[in-house]
Design a protein around this ligand. Structure first.
Ligand code: ATP
Ligand code: MG
Length: 444
């Protein structure tokens, strides 16, 4: 129940307030002076305190400070007997949420009380979301026990405690963004912004103003001054995705910011400072871009103070079963499904794929299998892979059981679900067929 503590020396106010608020469903308690107010506050930990500033023993502002010093969650609304600006300003400075002027106007009272609870609920939601977000990017969410991934974890751990720039290299879908977030959210600056900029998605001019901001009139569309991401990032992280696509012009500007830590807005003259950490990512080979004269070598060295290379999925096949389990959990949770069983032949098949799109491709394939599944099993036929591959695979590599399962399914389809026909063709009894249908979770 939402609780309110009223601290006021006027018995009439205590009485009217408590009956008015209790009628609205709040749990209300009252205190007649500062000392008893403070002890009641400590005892009940109310959501809201309505506090008179004129109390017989302690000054109301003093009571306010002590409540705030305890660092507790109560919001405090001050009640002043007259419209005293000085007290009000002082109260707000000391952390009061709002003030009400006496004699109390019940409309204003209800409005303020309502607002206090709304803001409180919002704050709780935000801190919950922030915590959830941080949880999402703990290292636990990066799956892999292969030696290559162990190396990656070690590097994440060691760069997270520093502010050095990091260069992430790896094919598409290998988890570069995931690792960038893990570095940020495991660092001491996790509460600062994590800002992603995809350098290949926007034009050069727009990218420049995204990074550095612009002043009014800097170009035709610059109707007002804006802040760039270097400024917004504060002490947080600027994640420059697809860094290989940055133009030579911007490459030199980036080099300058990294070297001097200062920059100017597009069209601006004032020099601004940035403290952001830069994590850059690329799925191109920057070395060959340098050789082709498309990427500045000096910028490359500035970015790769620490270099983390994400291995392609096909080079760490031992991680596939755990990844499949993890991704299925995630997909089922998101889609509110319950497709968690992966027959050994399906797992073996998944482990053998080339996965050119790496973890992202695996995730997409599993998502499709979950959406199309009829029961709770991931079936080979629902994986968006080449059918011939599957057939070849079925001939060469799967267990006898898997072949039996697929063949019975094939027969059932051919006879359009007639179990009598199927059992004749297969030369097994109806009860045996029924049992196999059940055990293999076949569609009839
Ligand atoms: N090791 C891993 N463990 C769990 N999930 C992973 C792992 N690697 C990648 N993923 C997941 O795969 C998807 C793709 O990862 P991410 O976006 O980080 O890849 P990327 O390297 O940035 O790809 P691109 O180069 O295409 O931008 C995401 O949903 C991510 O959560
Ligand atoms: Mg990415």
């Amino acid at each position: 129940m939402k609780s309110i503590l009223v601290i006021d020396d006027d018995p009439l106010i205590r009485k009217t307030l408590s009956s008015h608020l209790a009628r609205q469903g709040y749990e209300v308690r009252t205190a007649e002076d500062g000392q008893s107010g403070l002890s009641l506050q400590a005892e009940m930990g109310p959501d809201l305190v309505l506090l008179d500033v004129r109390l017989p023993d302690l000054d109301g502002l003093e009571v306010l400070s002590r409540i705030k010093d305890l660092g507790n969650r109560s919001r405090v609304v001050i009640m002043t007997a007259y419209d005293d600006m000085k007290t009000t300003v002082e109260a707000v400075k000391r952390g009061a949420f709002e003030y009400l002027v006496k004699p109390l106007d019940f409309v204003a009272l209800d409005f303020t009380v309502g607002k206090a609870f709304q803001v409180k609920a919002l704050e709780e939601k935000v801190s919950y979301l922030v915590a959830e977000r941080q949880k999402e990017y703990t290292i636990d969410n990066i799956i892999g026990r292969s030696p290559q991934m162990r190396e990656v974890f070690k590097l994440i751990g060691s760069v997270a405690v520093t502010r050095t720039n990091v260069l992430l290299e790896g094919e598409s879908g290998t988890g570069k963004e995931l690792v960038a977030k893990a570095v940020h959210y495991n660092s001491a600056w996790r509460d600062e912004p994590f800002i992603v900029i995809n350098c290949s998605a926007i034009s050069d001019t727009l990218l420049e103003s995204e990074l550095f901001g612009h002043v009014k009139g800097a170009f035709t569309d610059a109707v007002c001054e804006t802040k760039g991401k270097f400024e917004i990032a504060g002490k947080g992280t600027l994640f420059l995705d697809e860094i290989g696509d940055v133009s030579p012009n911007l490459q030199s500007k980036l080099l300058r910011v990294i070297e001097s830590r200062d920059f100017m807005k597009v069209g601006g003259e004032k020099v601004l400072k940035t403290e952001a950490r830069i994590i850059a990512a690329t799925n191109q080979n920057l070395r060959s871009l340098i050789e082709a004269g498309k990427f500045r070598e000096d910028l490359y060295y500035r970015l790769k103070v620490v270099e983390i290379t994400l291995p392609p999925l096909r080079d760490r096949k031992e991680d596939i079963p755990e990844l499949v389990g993890y991704l299925l959990e995630k997909i089922n949770r998101e889609l509110k499904q319950n497709v968690r069983k992966v027959p050994p032949e399906v797992m073996a098949f998944l482990a053998e794929q080339p996965w050119k799109g790496n973890v992202r491709e695996l995730e997409n394939a599993l998502t499709r299998a979950v959406i199309l599944a009829k029961g709770d099993v991931v079936l080979l036929e629902y994986l968006p892979l080449d059918f011939d591959d599957r057939k070849a695979f079925a001939r060469e590599l799967v267990s006898l059981e898997a072949v039996e399962r697929d063949y019975i399914q094939h027969v059932l389809r051919a006879v359009k679900g007639s179990k009598t026909r199927a059992s004749q063709i297969l030369q097994i009894s109806r009860p045996t067929l029924d049992k196999k249908i059940k055990d293999y979770n076949l569609e009839v």
